[in-house]
Design a protein around this ligand. Structure first.
Ligand code: ADP
Ligand code: ZN
Ligand code: ZN
Length: 731
């Protein structure tokens, strides 16, 4: 019998699915499996691919001769993941290989190290070879040791150990072997871990719901727990239950480096069984963590977005912490959402899904209200700590009374008081840099990027104007390039400016600034957070990173410098984002024994989202927001698909986008609403014009069909097209 297989190949080729049939040569016919990584010929070159189907005979449908698989590699993906990729490829209208690639380990190999052991004891070592004697004595007492083990235990310099080992090896007294070492991701961990915690009644109830769903219906559980209500402990207990049942767990967090404490807890509760996967791992580290998961050594995978593709076979549960976070969505091709992937994966592997947040997404909240999800509430902070007090500060009033500073009088006096009490402060502002734009007071000229339709942000540190979209940077001008006036001014404060202002008001105060400018080096974010926790600074200034799940017991005051930055985004989710940001940032306050205070500065104090957040009126907020979404037809009352066109030529983009609109209109008009083509809110980035066509439909299947239709339309287009299913960002 002749076998053939379907292989998804890793090549850029216009053909839609990029899967091709190959003959299976006899020598591997009995061992080949779906999921195997193979090497195949493709247009006279060798490429790698993944086997997605196997057939026992050839259907004589083709006239040309089939080529044969060249070889099989040592790596194979679990069948479940190939199956998942197929569904995702279909759902997103994306070639299957793009998902398979996210599941494969990087192309590096295992790392080995030399170990030494005694092999003969009948040779006499001269008593003058003092180091050799010591090393030999040491090796006699242990089975094997590395150079570093020996150096450390004997307190002997590495160089001396090496020369002793070489001499001993030459004499045939000891031998050298190689062993595989796993690269353990270095993540700073903290150690104040409490081992025995008695669950509160609310925590116990949440756990019971999760376990019930795990054992029976596999229904999704949504844990809505206020900040500091002890969600982590509930997750841990749930995981213990899943492991006891012989199953494994994936736990997603928005960003690992922000939760060093989470990792310490996991490593201490599940010693040797936790693996981490996230984008900041080196290739080698990722390879080794992948192997630990694949071999079954790791039972719990903790990671960011991409960890949803971890090669786990007996999956029992997927937990998504801070489920409202936008970082679960991949912002580029392939545009997947880890939460959607999790739903597919849980269903396929019969695992149960747990979502947790203090500010669930409107979509999840709605599903819980419709009882599609089980809802478990944690309404109180643990050990009787109260939620912080939030106060809105109307910045228009500050202006009227002559205060032009970025700090209101209340925030300033609050900061002073907190510093006197030796407590800590977090200042939050969703913009980095010094000033968000540079303008000429005389002619109105605004400094813009050469390549994007975006104002440059002024950075004080190197006195430059920088584009936050393409990285373009120039020296900030002293004279207006247009009218030669010297009346150049900077407006719109960013985190750098906040730091300067703090230094001006409190010259002796130590500060830490956290934004993507200050934390670009690997590990620097973790170090800064640890330093703050240890009291190395009194004030932490930061962008949205500081809103995500940090736990600093000494923080007694939080200042939100401007609650309006998220609110003014041209996006139907801006209200939701604002509500979530305020609630989450405020949640960093008062987590220890000191009650917390939060000042929320705004120019729009009447905003519903801001008021609801400050009153902890979560159900009021969701009711109002759902009403608006229902009336204006936005998710969760419809599904959306955003088609993005990019080109250096605006005429071309207009023409092609209009053609696509026509085609979609003719074929799908009954089921969809079409908006556009219109220039995207950020209409030009990196010299590319951008146009959007936004589609809304009540039928997800219609949008899925359109995604697949787009793959075909994409074949002979001159402009770059991409399609973003359920987009989170229309900018
Ligand atoms: P959340 O994620 O809900 O904001 P955390 O899980 O960070 O809250 O918990 C906040 C703190 O409360 C942690 O330091 C945790 O160790 C502690 N904690 C959790 N559950 C209990 C409990 N039942 N009793 C005492 N302390 C607890
Ligand atoms: Zn000017
Ligand atoms: Zn730019």
């Amino acid at each position: 019998m002749i076998k053939t297989c379907l292989v998804a190949v890793d090549v850029r080729h216009p053909k839609a699915k990029r899967e091709y049939t190959y003959l299976v040569p006899e020598d591997i016919a009995s061992s080949i499996n779906i999921g195997d990584l193979v090497c195949v010929p493709f247009n006279n070159i060798k490429v790698t691919g993944v086997v997605t189907e196997l057939f026992n005979f050839i259907e004589k449908t083709t006239d040309y001769e089939l080529k044969a698989v060249i070889s099989k590699e040592a790596i194979s993906l679990p069948m479940e993941l190939v199956d998942l990729s197929k569904s995702l490829a279909e759902y997103y209208g994306t070639p299957i290989i793009d998902f398979l690639k996210l599941m494969l380990p990087p192309k590096v190999s295992s790392k080995t190290e030399s170990v030494y052991s005694v092999c003969s004891t009948d040779k006499v070592i001269s008593s003058r070879a003092f180091n050799q004697k010591r090393v030999l004595e040491y090796l006699k007492n242990v089975e094997t040791a590395t150079v570093h083990d020996i150096s450390e235990n004997l307190k002997m310099p590495i160089a001396s150990v090496r020369s002793a080992l070489t001499a001993l090896t030459e004499k045939g007294v000891i031998k050298r072997d190689y062993r595989v070492v796993r690269r353990r991701p270095m993540i700073i961990t903290t150690n104040n871990i409490r081992e025995h915690i008695n669950l509160t009644i609310e925590q116990q109830n949440a756990l019971t719901t999760i376990i019930k769903n795990f054992n029976n219906s596999k229904r999704t559980t949504l844990i809505y727990g206020v900040t500091g209500s002890g969600k982590t402990e509930v997750y841990i207990r749930a995981i213990e239950n899943v492991l006891k049942a012989g199953k494994k767990v994936i736990m997603l967090v928005p960003e690992i480096s922000l939760t060093p404490q989470m990792l310490s807890i996991f490593r201490s509760r599940f010693p040797g069984k936790t693996a981490v996967l996230h984008s900041k791992l080196s290739q080698g580290e990722r390879f080794d963590e992948w192997q630990r998961i694949y071999s079954g050594e790791a039972l719990v995978v903790l990671g960011a977005r991409s960890a949803i593709f971890a090669p786990i076979k007996d999956l029992g549960m997927i937990i998504i912490d801070e489920e409202h976070e936008t970082s679960y969505k991949n912002g580029e091709h392939p545009y997947y959402d880890a939460r959607t992937v999790a739903k597919f994966r849980a269903k396929k592997q019969n695992a149960s899904l747990v979502l947790g947040s203090a500010t669930p997404s409107v979509e999840s909240f709605y599903k819980a209200a419709k009882q599609e999800y089980s809802l478990a509430k944690l309404t109180k902070r643990v050990s009787g700590r109260s939620l912080p007090k939030l106060e809105i500060i109307d910045m228009r009033e500050e202006l009227k009374s002559g205060n032009r500073h970025i700090f209101s009088r209340k925030l300033l006096s609050g900061m002073k008081e907190t510093l006197e009490k030796h407590k800590q402060i977090i200042l939050f502002l969703n913009r980095r840099g010094h000033s968000t734009f540079v303008i000429c007071r005389d002619c109105g000229f605004v400094l813009k990027c050469k390549y994007c339709d975006i104002a440059l942000t002024y950075h004080f540190e190197d006195k430059s104007g920088k584009c936050h979209y393409c990285g373009y940077s120039i020296k900030a001008p002293d004279i207006c390039p247009k009218c030669k006036s010297r009346n150049i001014r900077y407006f719109g404060a960013g985190t750098e400016k906040v730091e300067q202002e703090v230094k001006r008001f409190f010259p002796k105060c130590r500060t830490i600034r956290i934004d993507s400018d200050s934390t670009s080096r690997k590990g620097s974010l973790e170090k800064m957070l640890l330093n703050f926790k240890k009291g190395g600074a009194q004030i932490l200034i930061g962008t949205q990173t500081v809103a995500k799940g940090l736990n600093f017991p000494d923080v007694a005051l939080v200042g939100i410098i401007s609650a309006d930055t998220a609110l003014n985004m041209p996006d139907f989710r801006s209200g939701e984002r604002t509500f979530q940001l305020i609630t989450q940032v405020a949640g960093r306050s008062g987590r220890g024994d000191t009650p917390g205070m939060v000042y929320v500065q705004t120019y729009t104090p009447e905003s519903f989202a801001i008021r609801a957040a400050c009153n902890f009126d979560i159900s009021g907020f969701y009711q109002e927001e759902l009403k608006i979404r229902r009336e204006a037809l936005y998710p969760p009352f419809c599904h959306m698909l955003n088609i993005v066109f990019k080109s250096r030529y605006e005429d071309l983009i207009k023409k092609e986008a209009e053609e696509v609109r026509q085609i979609l209109y003719q074929k799908y008009n009954n089921d969809i609403e079409i908006y556009g083509p219109v220039p995207a809110p950020r209409s030009k980035i990196k010299d590319n014009y951008r146009y959007n066509i936004l589609l809304k439909s009540k039928q997800i299947q219609t949008l899925v069909n359109i995604c697949n239709h787009m793959q075909i339309l994409n074949n002979n287009r001159k402009v770059d097209m991409s399609w973003d299913m359920e987009p989170l960002d229309l900018l």
